[in-house]
Design a protein around this ligand. Structure first.
Ligand SMILES: [Zn+2]
Length: 413
């Protein structure tokens, strides 16, 4: 079923049947590719030093990788100190990755090359996320249609990353919140239906990875939290520069921390979760309740039931100065800030990034969050943490998905 040529370099990276010297070479190739990916172009001499491999051996590895087409000779770099050896680096067009972020009412799709450059970003492709087999088929249909339109050979697309909300075990490829219909892991189902190796990831973690590795907002920081505020609330955690998964990939479920004494049943079945007071879902039900009580909004005239209210409507209303929308976003921002102050005490992060759909409302959400953090956290602790709004915005998820596929492919353990 795979679109990949059987003998392609990337198929060989799986190295299922390798042993002895061949296996060692294979690991070394991955290390070299990772080095290029982390530090950019390099000479054979510098690579030998960095990876502690003899220069002739490294020369041989680079020769093979160049013949495979994944590494490119970038020529000599001008220097005032005389003759300089050639620089080598990744060949951007040797491989491509597709990243898909599945949201409730649309999908965002991205395409990156082997150097992690985002070549295409297609936001808001209409899609209705239901937990049904039909919705799964529809999703695969859209993915296939979009890939057909890309101007890159299918044989060079070496993996798809798909972000879904809820519980995902990325190692086994099982999704427990959406599309759990088959005995096979969902990643395998996607592979069968699309023909491409597929990797699943929790949406918040993939967005976080996009921010950590490609946003420009994370510089030297190694301990970063990314808060995804959309219909629900999720979190991606980076500790010492590495994503945190927990035992089965379920870490970061801050939305379901029971922070409030209320009688609101969360969609997870419990009550008092942070999501019942501070998420997009909470915003929608508060907004509808206010309309029923007689509050006026620019949306009043077309809302007959709570189902008519979409998160984006309220976000857009706030951006168009709708007072009810602004007041309620302020209210959920304060509650979210209370939740985040708990996180500051737990993690002592250097940076906290506020992202997800609701971050589009900018200061309407951001200022109450900051106020609540000041109110609820020890200043000695909160002074350590810079709180910022996402700069990548909607691109974070699709970009992170692409980057995670590449990372998994190049992993050497
Ligand atoms: Zn819950």
């Amino acid at each position: 079923m795979s679109n990949l040529p059987e003998n392609s370099f990337f198929e060989s990276l799986k190295a299922e049947d390798l042993s002895g010297v061949a296996y060692k070479n294979h690991l070394l190739k991955k290390k070299v590719l990772n080095y290029f990916s982390n530090f950019g172009n390099s000479t054979i001499q510098d690579l030998s030093k960095a990876l502690n491999i003899s220069t002739p051996k490294m020369g041989q590895i680079i020769l093979e990788l160049t013949e495979n087409g994944v590494v490119q000779d970038y020529g000599k770099v001008d220097s005032s100190v005389g003759r300089r050896p050639n620089q080598y680096g990744l060949n951007a067009s040797s491989a491509f990755f597709v990243g898909i972020e599945v949201k409730k009412e649309y999908i965002n799709l991205g395409l990156t090359d082997f150097k992690n450059q985002l070549l295409k970003f297609l936001p808001h492709i209409p899609y209705n996320l239901d937990n049904t087999e039909e919705a799964l088929d529809e999703l695969c249909k859209i993915i296939n249609q979009q890939i057909d339109k890309f101007n890159v050979p299918k044989s060079k697309i070496i993996g798809i990353g798909i972000n879904l909300s809820g519980r995902i075990n990325y190692k086994t490829g099982y999704s427990y919140s959406y599309f759990n219909f088959s005995e096979n892991p969902l990643s395998k189902v996607f592979r069968t239906k699309t023909g491409f190796p597929t990797f699943l990831e929790n949406d918040s973690r993939a967005m976080a990875f996009g921010e950590f590795k490609g946003g420009g907002i994370v510089k030297e920081e190694k301990n970063v939290l990314f808060i995804n505020v959309g219909y629900g609330i999720g979190m991606g955690i980076m500790i010492n520069g590495e994503l945190v998964y927990g035992k089965s990939g379920f870490s970061g479920e801050i939305g379901h921390i029971p922070l409030f004494e209320n009688e609101i049943i969360c969609h997870c079945g419990k009550k008092g979760c942070l999501e019942t007071e501070a998420s997009g879902r909470a915003l929608i039900s508060k907004f509808y309740k206010k309309l029923q009580e007689g509050s006026q909004s620019t949306l009043s005239h077309r809302i007959k039931s709570e189902n008519d209210l979409k998160l984006n409507d309220i976000i857009n209303a706030a951006l168009n100065d709708d007072v009810l929308a602004i007041e309620l976003i302020d209210e959920i921002g304060k509650k979210l800030g209370r939740g985040i102050s708990a996180l500051l005490h737990l993690y002592n992060p250097e940076l906290v990034i506020i992202g997800g759909s609701l971050a589009k409302t900018g200061d309407y959400l951001f200022l109450p969050i900051k106020m609540a953090i000041n109110k609820y956290s020890l200043s000695l602790v909160s002074n350590d943490s810079k709180i910022v709004l996402s700069e990548l915005g909607e691109k974070a998820g699709a970009l992170g998905a692409c980057q995670l596929v590449r990372k998994r492919l190049l992993q050497s353990e």
